[in-house]
Structures are given as structure tokens and as C-alpha cells.
Design a protein around this ligand. Structure first.
Ligand code: BMA
Length: 330
């Protein structure tokens, strides 16, 4: 039988079957949150973080807000994807010749393996939020590359392979503050340095009020026989502040600026205490997904309430069928 996910098997993917009686497409790990307050002395809150398969186990780049409130990136490892061993100190970025290249602040990392190298994108300070880009082979040495786009921009997410000979980057142009607007765009590059041919992918709005104010790309897109499966966050504005939920979109495999299906309703919204209460209440913010092409299992890592790291699960075929039956493309 043809497998839906085009990619590697990951037999050790963290997994729990859907609980009996659950009617939703996505369900939470019963051991959530997997990272709580103050996991290491220099990190108060670890959330909106990225994890990838690495040498038979897992490694990642984690957003850790320190006790001065500053957002920083820490590297970490995990044997099973559930218990995360965070380094004690933040990543010390270097430039291409090994000189220190520190970040002023850094948050919301994504990590993607492309042709055997791991690339990291994050929200970087370039006299205002912009997209940082760097790479590592070992999760010990992290080398900065030129920032791909001008400020102000956030939520930079690379595709895991070239498409029609070009690297592709999703992004969400923004402002210097909390950005009460936001659409997802795509850019391309022949060399990861020069980026252009910018196109609009998708906007806020539609019938789904949960994504009425802004949208931003989440984890690295998953290649499937039906298109690129991208989980993304959608934000609504309430009288008590912003609420972050997430949904999914299927993008055309050869022309990923084209949306094929998009969830009208959210897949996950803040419901449980660790999502609804914390440093910033009512936030679920996905930044990574692990997947097993053999079984179609997907594990999504999301930040909860800007305080915790949590995991949710779904099955690729179920998500895609649900999207087809409950789609709104606008
Ligand atoms: C966004 C980003 C995220 C954060 C969210 C909710 O603008 O800063 O890191 O999770 O706001 O506070």
C-alpha cells in the first residue's frame, strides 16, 4: 500500500494511541507538559521549541526565557522525545569563521534537516524582529548565516528539500510589537543567501474566527502524497487579549504558494490548565513535528501559555480526510 507521508520511518516516535471516546482529530499526550517551570537554572520557561530525529535519538533547539525575561535559544537532546535534557547554557552562535556572533534576543526556533545538515530559523533582532538563519551538524557548534529577509518578519519556516531547484521559506511579515495582523508568504533562494520571488500563501479571516486576526507557519511542512502538510497557528483577538490556536493547510507539492485544503475549524485550542494559564494565557503555538512515514503517526511539539512545552498526536490520513471534509480556502 502507498504510504501517505513521503519520508523516513521513525519507529521510536513518541506516541500514545487516541484515548477511547475522543472525537477529535488531534489528542494531547497524557504526560503533558513535557517541560515545566525552571527546568535548568538559567531557563525559567521553555516553550515554542523545535526537535528533530538525530543519530537514532532526538536533538533540538529550545526557546528558553531566562530569569531576566530575555528570550534565548538553548540546545538540548532527548533519548525518547519525551524527557528533554536541556543544556545548562544558551547556544553560543559563531560566524562562518568561528568568531562569536551573539544574538540579542532569539525566539520561536524551527529546525529542519536539508541534505544532511540541520538549519535553524528563529525570530532574531535586526533592530526589530526579523528571521535569523543558522546551521549545525552536531547541535554543539551553531553557525550563523545571513538573515534571509528584511525586518520586520517572524515565523520563518524552511521546507525540508528544494522544490524545482530552489530552497523555499515561509514567513510572516510583522511589525515591532505584537502585530495585530499577519499573512503567510513564501520566498525562494538558489543558495540560502539570496531570497526573492515572494508570493502570498494565505491570509487571516474566513469563517474561522480562531484565525481571524493573523496566521503564521508552524512546524516544518511534511511531504505527503496529497501535498505539503503544514500545521500553522491562527490568532483571534478577544477583550482579554490574543488567543492562539492551531490548524492545518495542504499546499501544492510543486507550487507550495497554492493552498489545496485548509481547516475551517481549529485542530487544537487552549483548553487545559497548562494552555489556558501561565505567563501568557491561552496560547498553543506549534514549532515542530516528528513523523513516522511507516505508520503515518505525527507528534507535534507546541508551546503552551508561553510557559510549557507540550505534545499532541494525530494520524496523517485522518488529518487529511478531515481537512478535505472541513475545508475553507479563501
Ligand atoms: C507571538 C510570539 C510567540 C508567543 C505569542 C504569544 O507574537 O512572540 O513567541 O508565543 O506571541 O505570546
Amino acid at each position: 500500500m502507498t504510504k501517505t507521508i513521503i519520508g523516513k520511518a521513525l519507529p521510536n516516535i513518541p506516541w500514545e494511541d487516541k484515548p477511547a471516546g475522543c472525537i477529535d482529530v488531534m489528542w494531547r499526550y497524557s504526560g503533558n507538559p513535557v517541560i515545566g517551570w525552571n527546568p535548568v537554572p538559567k531557563a525559567a520557561r521553555v516553550y515554542n521549541s523545535a526537535i528533530v530525529p538525530f543519530k537514532g535519538e532526538f536533538a533540538g533547539v529550545f526557546r528558553a526565557d531566562q530569569k531576566n525575561g530575555r528570550a534565548t535559544l538553548f540546545a538540548g537532546t532527548s533519548k525518547d522525545g519525551l524527557k528533554i535534557d536541556l543544556n545548562l547554557d544558551p547556544i553560543e552562535w559563531v560566524d562562518e569563521i568561528g568568531n562569536p556572533a551573539p544574538t540579542s534576543y532569539a525566539y520561536d526556533p524551527r529546525v529542519v534537516e536539508i541534505e544532511g545538515e540541520f538549519f535553524v530559523t528563529w525570530c532574531d533582532d535586526m533592530r526589530g524582529p526579523s528571521i535569523g538563519l543558522g546551521k549545525t551538524n552536531d547541535f554543539k557548534t551553531f553557525v550563523r548565516m545571513p538573515n534571509p529577509l528584511m525586518p520586520y518578519n517572524r515565523n520563518g519556516v524552511l521546507f525540508p528539500r528544494k522544490i524545482n531547484g530552489k530552497y523555499k521559506l515561509l514567513s510572516r511579515p510583522s511589525d515591532t510589537g505584537h502585530t495585530p495582523f499577519g499573512n503567510i508568504y513564501i520566498s525562494e533562494s538558489p543558495d540560502m543567501i539570496h531570497w526573492g520571488n515572494h508570493k502570498l500563501v494565505m491570509t487571516n479571516g474566513g469563517q474561522g474566527w480562531w484565525q481571524g486576526m493573523k496566521v503564521g507557519a508552524g512546524p516544518v511542512p511534511i511531504e505527503t502524497t496529497e501535498g505539503w502538510l503544514l500545521f500553522y497557528h491562527g490568532v483571534s483577538s478577544t477583550c482579554n487579549g490574543y488567543v492562539y490556536s492551531f490548524g492545518a493547510v495542504l499546499l501544492d507539492i510543486d507550487e507550495p504558494s497554492k493552498v489545496l485544503y485548509r481547516t475551517r475549524d481549529y485542530l487544537l485550542t487552549p483548553e487545559l490548565p497548562y494552555e489556558a494559564s501561565g505567563f501568557v494565557p491561552n496560547v498553543v503555538f506549534p514549532c515542530a513535528n516528528l513523523y513516522d512515514a511507516e505508520t503515518g503517526r505525527i507528534a507535534i511539539y507546541y508551546g503552551a501559555a508561553d510557559t510549557y512545552t507540550a505534545i499532541a498526536f494525530c494520524q496523517v490520513d485522518e488529518v487529511i480526510s478531515y481537512m478535505k471534509a472541513n475545508s475553507e480556502v479563501f
